[in-house]
Design a protein around this ligand. Structure first.
Ligand SMILES: [Zn+2]
Length: 112
């Protein structure tokens, strides 16, 4: 967020809230982002080429728009969860536990 936009917001608007699926809404300062979510480790790593292994380890999406990410509630329950966030507006649209289907979570009120 740029400085001019941040200065125009009130204090309550400037604080980003993130909803931990276990603890509920908390200040952004309690969380750490762990990068892109839903990256599956290859089953047969010995069969991978160096380029394929490098892609798995280092190559990540960098979309302009909706992005699914892993977050750690570092200053709370210390559990990992997933969130869907718009990378342009910073607005979170979904919070869900690992293993949950994010599209099903939205139907069940998983949106915060
Ligand atoms: Zn938590």
């Amino acid at each position: 967020m740029n400085t001019a936009r941040l200065a125009s917001l009130t204090k309550s608007q400037a604080m980003l809230q993130i909803t931990c699926p276990w603890c509920g809404p908390r200040a952004e300062s309690e969380f750490s982002c762990g990068g892109e979510a839903h990256i599956a480790r290859p089953l047969d790593t010995d069969a991978l080429s160096d380029a394929q292994w490098g892609d798995y380890l280092f190559m990540r999406k960098n979309p302009k728009g909706l992005h699914r990410e892993q977050w750690l509630h570092a200053q709370g329950c210390r559990r990992w969860f997933n969130a869907e966030r718009d990378t342009v507006s910073y607005v979170f649209s979904k919070f869900y536990k690992p293993g949950e289907n994010p599209d099903a979570a939205a139907k069940n009120g998983g949106v915060a």
